[in-house]
Design a protein around this ligand. Structure first.
Ligand SMILES: O=C(O)CCC(=O)C1=CC=C[C@@H](O)[C@@H]1C(=O)O
Ligand SMILES: [Mg+2]
Length: 376
């Protein structure tokens, strides 16, 4: 494939309701969509970045800069692309900036699978026709408001309920959910690095609530201290922010720092690395699931395709479009095919078309790059 044009669009989409975690409160998503053009085909990728450097060191501004100054020129320097793996290899000399890399590499994966006439899921080696999905609930002002959201999502059939916790807002909401909805709810907690080893007593108290997992209790860049937590808890520890590569996954598993890994394509630099982590975890009998970054429909479509791989054994955070958006940028919108399930599209590429009317409503900036420009 010869890529002759790349467009970078910046979009701003208001969330239906604020989403709060231990590190901040979001009321809108400011993100990028890149389109890569080759002859008559277009591939799409979506940046997972948040508007502020609170989940990792990247923001939509840094992703935009890295794309325009380094990654797009680097991609244009590849004369013919036979497989997206060549893109992640070409990006290797550029340090970190994983969400920027993943945005562009994901678009090339969409283009590649369209060129092959197969779904992105099949191109990745996934064969599930339907995936089970869960939903993530942010920190709400009161426990009662958490319970209201849990009730709504149980009613919609979501197969896993993730609630956010932080010191001072942990035991009470978890206990209230168990008291109200019993033990049958697949319940997990995401701490987003809000705890330290000084909170071990709180984490051990959570052990009694039969949680599926406790996600990322300690620092975003820690692996070793998580092993001290895991050895004292029966509840599986799941790592999210700490895992940026298959090497990180290897170290975490060897140290016993986790029993589950949350894979996010943006966090690990792209679908190729996400697949490497999936395959490595499968070889170590460590189940994985697909996390979310409040994506719009293009990002959701990529996540659905990734989740079709067989070691995605635990429902992910890829909820339907209406979890966050009144109007999504894809048609059809991502909707549950049955309670708590999403169909894996069997059309070439990501399997969703762009909703031009919505897309143009949310676009705030657009820039086109052709490969006549000086390469990196
Ligand atoms: O996309 C979704 O629905 C999941 C959202 C979610 O839980 C998160 C998004 C971004 C950062 C975190 O707050 C959190 C996570 O860590 O998984
Ligand atoms: Mg998380």
């Amino acid at each position: 494939m010869k890529i002759n044009q790349i467009d970078v669009h910046r979009l701003r989409m208001p969330l239906k309701s604020p989403f709060e975690t231990s590190f901040g409160r979001l009321t809108y998503k400011d993100f990028l969509v890149v389109s890569v053009h080759s002859e008559d085909l277009i591939g799409y990728g979506e940046s997972a970045s948040l508007p502020f450097p609170i989940y990792n060191e990247e923001t939509t501004g840094t992703v935009s800069y890295m794309l325009k100054e380094f990654l797009i020129p680097k991609l244009f320097s590849i004369d013919q692309i036979d497989h997206p793996e060549e893109v992640s290899k070409a990006f290797e000399p550029i340090r970190r900036n994983n969400m920027a890399k993943a945005t562009l590499e994901g678009a090339v994966w969409d283009l590649y699978s369209k060129r092959k006439g197969i779904s992105l899921a099949k191109a990745l080696g996934g064969y599930k026709r339907e995936i089970e999905v869960g939903v993530s609930i942010g920190i709400e002002p009161t426990v009662e408001e958490v319970l209201e959201k849990v009730e709504r999502f149980i009613y919609e059939g979501y197969k896993k309920i993730k609630v956010k916790i932080k010191p001072g807002f942990d035991i009470e909401p978890i206990r209230a959910i168990r008291e109200r909805f019993g033990q049958t709810v697949n319940l997990m907690a995401d701490a987003n690095s809000a705890y330290t080893l000084d909170h071990m007593h709180v984490l051990k108290e959570l052990d009694q609530y039969n949680l599926l997992m406790i996600e990322q209790p300690l620092a975003h860049d820690d692996i070793i201290d998580h092993s001290l937590v895991q050895e004292q808890l029966n509840t599986p520890i799941c790592l999210d922010e700490s895992i940026h590569s298959v090497e990180d996954a290897r170290k975490a598993i060897e140290l016993g720092s986790c029993k589950i890994i949350n894979i996010k394509t943006g966090r690990v630099g792209g679908l190729m690395e996400a697949k490497r982590i999936h395959d490595f975890c499968k070889s170590k009998n460590i189940p994985v699931w697909c996390g979310g970054m409040l994506e719009a429909g293009i990002g959701r479509a990529h996540n659905i395709a990734l989740t079709s791989l067989d070691n995605f054994m635990i429902p992910g955070d890829t909820s339907a479009s209406d979890r966050y958006w009144d109007l999504d940028i894809v048609v059809p919108a991502v909707i549950l095919s049955s309670p708590g399930k999403l169909e894996v599209p069997d059309y070439p590429g990501i399997g969703y078309e762009i909703n031009e009317e919505a897309f143009n409503r949310y676009v705030v900036e657009r820039e086109t790059f052709t490969n006549e420009k000086v390469v990196f």
